[in-house]
Write a protein that binds this ligand. Structure first.
Ligand SMILES: O=C(O)[C@H](O)[C@@H](O)[C@H](O)[C@H](O)COP(=O)(O)O
Ligand code: SF4
Length: 605
């Protein structure tokens, strides 16, 4: 089925806007392809170093350029529950490669930050920049030029975006992303949040809070809310980087291991040495990117992807804008209610039909491009399936059901939860911003209230504890942008603002910083651009100014006459304490060179 006319029009607009950059990118990819297979260009010395530690049979295989060599880029560490299962994946991949007549080598590791551990801590100020550092680290591994394809082991927030930037930078190579899956369901996310609000009000102690948190985050696998990490899995599947049905299968299960082996074998099958060559730079095009944005809206995905998807697209020579994202939001309905957009978690989403059902519904309405390339072949229709184990331990794929396994979690396209998607762009005299409305009650989509200005999360938490915030107000949290302090997530503001909202006050947040993908219930205009440290009008707001946030109209305004606003001296902030400690001194060059949020807040041109 042809895509919806507006989907086609927005895609055509992106193609046109990207043309010069995309053509130059594809020229580079094709030039690199023409020089492959890549080990052939290495000297004997280079090659000897490249396989010195290999077995004699692997050395024989790698000495020539007939046997494909699979590079593994791994983000394994024990810090992220989502990445801990990767410890055993290289051995599984090597075994699968041998079975497939190939070789596999770990090309390199990349760092991976857990935003849950650093939330509200100084380390969070490295989080966004870690995305580009991950892309650079992956590039170091792949620069050995020993590989015919790559598998990427990464899941969480900045890791998949960073690895995708690397995959597209090395677009002459096929790239398959291998997920490890969500942890099994623990304490429901809404119950965890309720106990957090009780703690914020001083009604329960740390012991009760830690018990609730530990019951929620209790084992290996991705946290089960629909934040950035699980938005990443959705994106990798709907953009064709995953094997069909791979995203949300729990770690440590036979099906998970079978999917890992299958992905490794598939990566070896789509190299230039075979007859299904699928280089990542040609596989991902403007249609794949639009499919990603559509999936984001249909699932109420993370606001962080208004930064990451823009950066990922640019790595493939594609210029995606917030306007594109916002207009797609107007035509893509919300089909999933997964926390914070509902009470279910990703295990429930998967059990209700998961990605296969979602893709089938969106294809049915022409809201996805079906005519795309994927690691699995041609056509997104191949992803309207569920992966199962057959009696021999192999993988069999069955068509996804026509009916949702739980209509409260996954809706049919004929009866969506909301007629439009989750992410809107706001414009006005404060510049641009984004807001996630899929988790905000409709009666809170328009907020007009006096500003209270803060330069630090702790200031707001202290004011809350003093009882100074029991009123209607818009919290203006500024000097939180990429140039100021690395654009941290301000998710610790959710419990106090949530308490005040539940007490019946009209509250909202306006910030040049970020929120977690797991944030949601409080209306928040985030990623305000230009940021306060870059001449943004947000630095001219004063306590008491009326702020109007209107997600319906897509506007964000400070209700002060233009002449008066222009005449004001912009506020400044003492950012000295953000330049040292917890490694922040190592990222000064990132703060100095970070681009604007609407361009992904990246250090890459
Ligand atoms: O963007 C995201 O999805 C978040 O960064 C998420 O990965 C982070 O871990 C949250 O902070 C977890 O939520 P809690 O902090 O509420 O546990
Ligand atoms: S989802 Fe967030 S909290 Fe959970 S492991 Fe990943 S980064 Fe850490």
């Amino acid at each position: 089925m042809a895509a919806h006319s507006q989907i086609e029009a927005i895609t055509a607009r992106i193609v046109e806007r990207s043309k010069p950059r995309r053509e130059a990118y594809l020229d580079r990819v094709r030039s690199a392809i023409s020089r492959g297979p890549h080990r052939a260009v290495l000297s004997c010395g280079n090659l000897a170093h490249g396989f010195a530690a290999c077995s004699p049979s692997d050395k024989r295989d790698l000495a020539g350029d007939v046997v494909p060599n699979l590079g593994i880029i791994t983000a394994y560490n024990d810090m992220l529950s989502a990445h801990q299962p990767y410890e055993t994946f290289p051995a599984i991949i090597r075994e699968a490669a041998k079975e497939a007549g190939g070789v596999a080598q770990v090309a390199g590791g990349v760092p991976a930050m857990c935003d849950g551990v650093t939330q509200g801590q100084p380390g969070m100020e490295l989080s966004l920049f870690s995305r580009d550092a991950i892309a650079m680290a992956a590039g170091i591994g792949l620069s050995h030029n020993m590989f015919d394809a790559v598998v990427f082991l990464g899941i969480c927030d900045k890791i998949v975006p960073g690895l995708a930037i690397a995959a597209l930078t090395f677009g002459h190579l096929p790239a398959v992303f291998i997920p490890a899956g969500p942890m099994t369901s623990g304490l429901p996310n809404d119950e965890k949040s309720r106990i957090r609000q009780l703690y914020a009000e001083g009604k329960v102690g740390r012991a009760e809070l830690l018990e609730a948190e530990s019951k929620s985050y209790h084992g290996p696998g991705t946290c089960t809310f629909y934040g950035t990490a699980n938005s990443n899995q959705m994106l990798m599947e709907i953009m064709g980087f995953h094997m069909p049905g791979a995203s949300f299968v729990n770690p440590g299960t036979p099906l998970r291991e079978a999917l890992t082996k299958e992905a490794a074998k598939r990566a070896l099958a789509i190299t230039a040495l075979g007859n299904e060559f699928t280089p990542a730079g040609e596989m991902i095009d403007e249609r794949s990117i639009v499919n990603g944005v559509v999936g984001l809206h249909a699932t109420g995905g993370s606001t962080n992807h208004t930064l990451h998807l823009v950066s990922m697209a640019r790595a493939a020579g594609i210029h995606l804008t917030w306007q594109d994202i916002s207009e797609l939001s107007d035509i893509v309905p919300l089909l999933a209610r997964v926390y914070p957009n509902g009470l279910a978690d990703v295990n429930h989403f998967h059990a209700a039909g998961g990605m296969g059902f979602l893709i089938r519904q969106l294809l049915k309405a022409g809201l996805l491009h079906d005519d795309v390339r994927t690691v699995y072949g041609h056509g997104l229709d191949a992803y309207t399936v569920e992966a199962r184990l057959d009696t021999a331990g192999g993988i069999v794929r069955q068509p996804s059901p026509e009916e949702s396994g739980d209509p409260k979690v996954l809706a049919r396209i004929e009866a969506p939860f909301q007629s439009n998607g989750g992410l809107k762009m706001l414009t006005g005299n404060l510049g641009k911003a984004v807001i996630k409305i899929s988790a905000v009650k409709p009666e809170r989509h328009v907020i007009e209230a006096p500003a209270i200005v803060f330069h630090d999360q702790q200031e707001l938490q202290d004011a809350f504890k003093r009882g100074d915030l029991n009123r209607d107000f818009v919290a203006v949290m500024r000097f939180q942008g990429p140039k100021a302090n690395g654009m941290p997530e301000l998710h610790r503001l959710t419990p106090p603002l949530g308490v005040l909202q539940d007490r019946g006050y009209k509250v909202a947040l306006v910030t040049d910083g970020r929120m977690s993908g797991a944030s949601g219930k409080v209306p928040a205009a985030i990623h305000v651009t230009p940021e306060a440290s870059d001449g943004g009008a947000i630095a001219r707001i004063m306590d008491g100014d009326m702020i109007r946030l209107d997600a319906a109209k897509g506007t964000l305004e400070v209700l002060v006459h233009a002449a008066e606003l222009a005449a004001r001296t912009p506020a400044t902030a003492d950012l000295m304490q953000n330049e040292f400690g917890m490694g922040r001194e190592l990222f000064a060059i990132f703060r100095q060179n970070a681009g604007t949020a609407d361009n992904g807040a990246s250090v890459f041109a």
